[in-house]
Design a protein around this ligand. Structure first.
Ligand code: SF4
Ligand code: SF4
Length: 461
């Protein structure tokens, strides 16, 4: 039987009652002690960025009231569980404008899985009969009818591949490896899909694009419409059941397959394939000295910064931390191992950027809030669809941080972050170029293959 939001909320009861309402989750450190501070930098919306502990919850920054910060939402979850509060449209309107970015979870010393709690709370709210907001109901209707939230036709999902001469990979029956493209890269940011597929082709990978692919369900897990999400999950599990490994170019789809699916699958069920983001493969091939990059006069000297997508960065880090805490017999002793594992995780995209600096001549410069403390792009959690102004204002705060370090190019590794940062860049005139890392590699023809990856390289992890 499918799990309900209320089941998940009850599973998380112990965590919810661990919250001491200290509100430390409202702040994050804007820099690192060993680095020069940001000084005072006035952003495009008049916000002054500075170093030190700063407000870091986009929902709290936007709405201000107690209930909108994370601590307020955890209190709502507690009141629902103890029967002191019932779900209403007012409660929905407080728990929905949150990007589920996980900044609060990263800051909490009690290690409370806040995103899991907020998503379960939303799912329980929907189950209680409170309707979705109109904008979410619209995308829910589209995905039920067309298997994607953009309303694109099913037979146009891989039109980009056919137009780019990559059609031999569509339903390539011999392949053990699949590339799950996702809806945003299939119907909107086709540059990301083309760049990733071309990179795989250059590497000599035998991969398949599976035409029965449907939306991963991420927006619906996030907004609490878990029935829709689980229906999509089942369709994808069926479509991808014959491959050994699935690669992703979207942070949200990768997180959904890897972290959400196992949580919502029946007890004892496991993913039938391995999952990995394409940037992990590229970083590994750099470390194994199988690829390098060609110099490029156009990119030489350009200041490039990197935005950690919440879904690949913080969400994976928090999930790893939660798993290690569960297994730990001595947390004091193991906390160093946890920190090391998280540091290694955040280093992966930076391996590529540092190699681009060495070989291509870009100047890689970090923003002041990075890794676990990274500020969200504003797109996730159903916020871009449901609360577009809030979403774009949050993206603008992130673009301010790129401006503050003098970046010419803002890179990321998620088509959804790319879209929001790009739209905000235009709207608020941040004067940045927004690019995916893999997109930069493919579009500027930077890849220099020293040795083709082996089957073990491609199927490992
Ligand atoms: S979630 Fe953690 S940091 Fe936030 S108020 Fe609760 S205990 Fe404090
Ligand atoms: S997930 Fe992000 S937006 Fe939501 S409460 Fe936590 S810090 Fe705020």
């Amino acid at each position: 039987m499918a799990k309900t939001g209320m089941d998940r909320l009850n599973e998380l009861k112990k965590e919810i009652f661990k919250c001491i309402h200290c509100k430390a989750c409202r702040f994050a450190y804007s820099g690192e002690p060993s680095r020069k501070g940001i000084g005072e930098f006035k952003g495009k919306q008049g916000t002054v960025l500075y170093e030190g502990m700063v407000d870091s919850c986009p929902a709290g920054i936007e709405y201000g009231w107690e209930a909108f910060w994370n601590a307020g939402k955890i209190w709502i979850a507690r009141s629902i569980l103890s029967g002191d509060l019932e779900f209403t449209e007012e409660v929905r309107d407080v728990i929905l404008p949150c990007i589920t970015c996980g900044q609060c979870s990263a800051q909490c010393e009690n290690k409370i899985p806040t995103v899991d709690i907020i998503e379960s709370l939303r799912a329980a709210c929907v189950e209680s009969g409170v309707p979705l907001i109109d904008k979410h109901a619209l995308v829910d209707g589209l995905v039920k009818e067309r298997n994607n939230p953009y309303g694109g036709a099913a037979d146009e999902r891989f039109k980009w591949a056919k137009d780019a001469g990559l059609d031999k990979f569509v339903n390539n029956k011999d392949a053990k490896i699949a590339y799950y493209v996702g809806c945003t890269a299939s119907y909107r940011q086709i540059e990301v899909a083309i760049a990733t597929a071309k990179l795989f082709e250059q590497l000599g990978m035998n991969f398949t694009l599976i035409e029965d692919e449907v939306c991963c369900g991420s927006p619906f897990f996030r907004i609490g419409e878990v029935n829709t999400a689980q229906t999509l999950m089942k369709k994808n599990l069926e479509a991808f059941k014959n491959v050994k490994k699935v690669y992703f170019s979207c942070a949200g789809c990768y997180r959904t397959f890897t972290i959400d699916y196992p949580k919502w699958m029946a007890e004892g069920e496991k993913l039938p394939f391995k999952t990995q983001h394409a940037f992990e493969l590229v970083a590994k091939l750099i470390q194994d000295k199988k690829i390098k990059f060609k110099p490029n006069a156009e990119l030489k000297g350009k200041v490039v910064t990197y935005h950690d997508p919440c879904h690949t960065g913080r969400h994976f880090a928090i999930d790893m931390e939660q798993e290690m805490i569960k297994e730990s017999k001595n947390l004091m002793f193991d906390s160093r191992k946890i920190k090391q594992k998280i540091d290694e995780w955040f280093e992966i995209p930076r391996i590529i950027l540092k190699k681009l600096e060495e070989d291509v001549g870009i100047v890689f410069k970090e923003m002041y809030r990075i890794k676990l403390n990274s500020m969200c792009c504003g797109a996730g959690g159903g916020v871009r669809a449901g609360y577009p102004d809030f979403s774009l204002r949050t993206a603008s705060l992130r673009c301010d941080e790129a401006n503050a370090v003098g970046a010419d190019i803002l890179t990321t590794e998620c088509p959804f972050c790319w879209r929001n940062l790009s739209d905000s860049n235009e709207l608020y005139e941040h004067d940045l170029m927004v690019l995916g890392i893999l997109q930069m590699i493919t579009e500027y023809e930077l890849l220099d293959i020293l040795q083709k990856p082996t089957e073990a390289d491609l199927l490992g992890k």
